[in-house]
Design a protein around this ligand. Structure first.
Ligand code: UDP
Length: 312
């Protein structure tokens, strides 16, 4: 197969690239390295089946590219720490960039489009767990709104292309994901806690830590995305991908402190505006349509991730 992965130098994207290369497919990566990194693809950079193009979807000229079997669109900054700093990049890539990519997809008669949306479309949810049918509770102009509304707009654009051009597009609402090749600096709780614990620095819990997250190990996320791209008859479907093992942030901080045998103290810092109080995916739809569910337990995934951060 020929696969295009935008954002292929990012955390989840680079794992997806390696999956397709390992299975002898041809992979083209489009990435502008705003948040992705060349280092993430270093181990596969000499693979003859890999073509890396440094470009931004917003102004990329697609005329030299031809039909793909699957296009995965993972091109967007995704960490809350940059939602304000990179707000215009986020708005543009999820609007102009997405539309450019979809126009190429239609013109090239490519076959399947997979879009990476997010649990952030549910905002600060009033229902827990969140099913795909929940419309969400988003502060439209708050500090997280570039990402939340950018992705909501993107979902609406894709729905319009499905209606107008009858393209086979599918959307994953990706919940918190962690594992090797996370960017050490991008401010996520799991990467922050592990790096703080390994360096015996204070572990920074925002708020009182009773807010919840449900964290999915990256190999499980990749198998979910692959099933979403390769299963028949999913045109127009929107499916949650994540691990429903919901934990309090403070409990994850304590678990990481224990697993790293760290002397770090846990300190409490002010929580950001609109930080969701609860988050857990309802994955009944993924179980049914993708025959998929995560298999890596948090304790095991953390073990692998701690070992990765110890060694870089
Ligand atoms: N968080 C924290 N300490 C940190 C980074 C994040 O307590 O150093 C909290 C954050 O306030 C949120 C949760 O951990 O409630 C998850 O944050 P993250 O940035 O990983 O992603 P989010 O789930 O908010 O998109």
């Amino acid at each position: 197969m020929k696969v295009l992965i935008t954002g292929g130098a990012g955390f989840i994207g680079s794992h997806l690239v390696k999956h397709y290369l390992k299975n002898n497919h041809f992979v083209t990566v489009l990435d502008d390295y705003v948040t992705g990194s060349k280092k993430n693809l270093k181990e596969v950079s000499s693979d003859n089946n890999l073509n890396i193009i440094e470009a931004n979807l917003i102004d990329f000229d697609f005329s030299n590219l031809t039909q793909f079997d699957i296009v995965y669109d993972l091109a967007s900054p995704a960490s809350p720490a940059v939602f304000e700093k990179l707000s215009f990049e986020i708005f543009k890539v999820n609007s102009i960039g997405l539309i450019n990519l979809l126009d190429f997809f239609v013109k090239s008669r490519s076959k399947t489009f997979v879009f990476s949306s997010t649990s952030e479309v549910y905002g600060d949810p009033k229902v827990d767990p969140q099913p795909e049918t929940y419309y969400g509770n988003v502060h439209t102009t708050g500090p997280r709104s570039s990402y939340d509304e950018g992705k909501r707009f993107a979902e609406a654009v894709i729905a319009a292309y499905v209606r107008k051009y009858s393209i086979d597009a599918r959307t994953a609402r990706i919940f918190n994901t962690y594992g090797p090749f996370m960017n050490k600096e991008d401010g996520r709780f799991i990467s922050n806690f592990i790096n703080q614990a390994l360096n015996n620095k204070p572990i920074t819990v925002f708020g009182d830590g009773t807010q919840t997250r449900s964290s999915c190990y990256v190999t499980d996320m990749v198998s979910g995305l692959v099933n979403l791209g390769e299963t028949d008859n999913l045109k127009g479907e929107i499916i949650n991908l994540g691990n429903p093992d919901e934990r309090k942030v403070i409990d994850v901080a304590q678990l990481i402190k224990k697993m790293t045998s760290s002397d770090s103290e846990i300190v409490f810092k002010p929580i950001g505006e609109d930080d969701p109080k609860q988050r857990c995916p309802d994955i009944a739809k993924a179980k049914k349509l993708l025959v998929w569910e995560p298999i890596i337990k948090l304790e095991d995934g953390l073990k692998y991730t701690i070992s990765y951060f110890r060694n870089i």
